[in-house]
Structure formats: C-alpha cells, structure tokens
Design a protein around this ligand. Sequence first.
Ligand SMILES: O=C(O)COP(=O)(O)O
Ligand SMILES: [Mg+2]
Length: 223
Amino acid sequence: MPMAIVVFDLDGTLIDSAPDIRAAANKMLCEQGIAGLDLPTIISFIGNGLPKLVERVMQRTGLDMSRHSELTAVTLAHYNAATTDLTRPYPGVVQALEALSAAGHVLAMCTNKPEEPARSILRDLRIERFFNGVVGGDTLAVKKPDPEPLLHIIRHLGEGPALYVGDSEVDAETAVRAGVRFALFTEGYRKSPVEAIPHQHQFSDFTTLPGLVERALREEQTC
Ligand SMILES: O=C(O)COP(=O)(O)O
Ligand SMILES: [Mg+2]
C-alpha cells in the first residue's frame, strides 16, 4: 500500500474550537459596550479566517467597519491569550492521528486560522508531533478557498496520493480547485447539507478515518 499525504483542516475538523473563538470575539464586543453573540452565530461566521469572522461580527453588531484592522488585532490578541481554555480535539482524533502516522502516512495541516494560534493549539493539545507542516490563513498571500495553500503544503511534502480532510464548504471548494480528493467530516461547522458539499468520502467518527484512508488509496490505485 503506498503512503498518502493526508492534510487536515483544523477548526471544526480536528478540534471543536468555536467556544474559544466566541470568547475572544465577545471580549472584544464587551470592550465596545456591545452584548456578546451566541455560539451558533459565531459558528456560522467561522471558515474564512479570523479577519473575515471579525468582519461578520462587526456587521452583525453595527460596528464601524473602518475599525476592522484594529478590532481584528484586538480579537486576535484575546484569542492568542486563550486558545485552548475550552477547545478540545473531537473524540477519536488523537488515536486516528497515531494510527495514520504509524501506518507511514505523512500528515500536515492547511487551516484558515492564523498560523501562530494554529501552532500553539497543536502544542497545547500535544498533537504537534504528528504534523510535518502547517499552513495557516496568514502564511501565504492567499487563503482557502484559493487552492494555493493546499497545493503549497502538498508540494512541500513531496510525492504521493493526497487527501484533504475538512469540515466545510470552503474546504470542499479548496480541494476541488486544487484537484485533491476530499474527505468531509460531517460533525464540524458546515452550513449546508452533506449532499450539497462536493466530496469523495465522508465520515462522522474519527475512529473510522484510518480505514477510510486505506480505502481511498485503493480506489486511487484502481482508477
Ligand atoms: O479560521 C477559520 O475561519 C477557519 O479555520 P479552519 O480553516 O481551520 O476551519
Ligand atoms: Mg474548518
């Protein structure tokens, strides 16, 4: 069986990070004298990176958009100060990463979260050792759904069939535009029904991911 390059999204895929993202956004709002937003609203704003999330929060709460850069920096500072107070890996994630690594697959990350908090979360949750590369939303000049961050990390890791594992419409579009096969984790922060999101594979339980990767590799060989 050949080895695969398995690239993971972060928010809503490996980790349930929305509660800490919400806490950071709500601290910023509180400082502006504005009531905080609820978790479903914040989840609906996740996917296109932190600057976009702050833009959506500001639009929803009527803040002056000329302050976007300032309030993005404020929110990021709050977030960097507490990235894993409430954030945990989804059940089975650590075991799946262990099994995939042990099988010889090369693992990496392509997230729209800024690179610094993405790396500190991997360290705090003690899963950094599994990742051979991390591309964040601010690593390159472009972010997902532009295909370049995903193609960049795959090029960096060398040859081999590649699979992108993510939870969102943005991830699916990125994979389509990059020409990379996509496995959709259905329990993250997607906004549309599973059928409306282009994917080659889907799963709801991380304990099934190592088997899914083996099947995906076999399919790739026969096509
Ligand atoms: O930061 C975001 O908006 C989304 O992050 P993700 O790409 O890891 O899902
Ligand atoms: Mg995601």
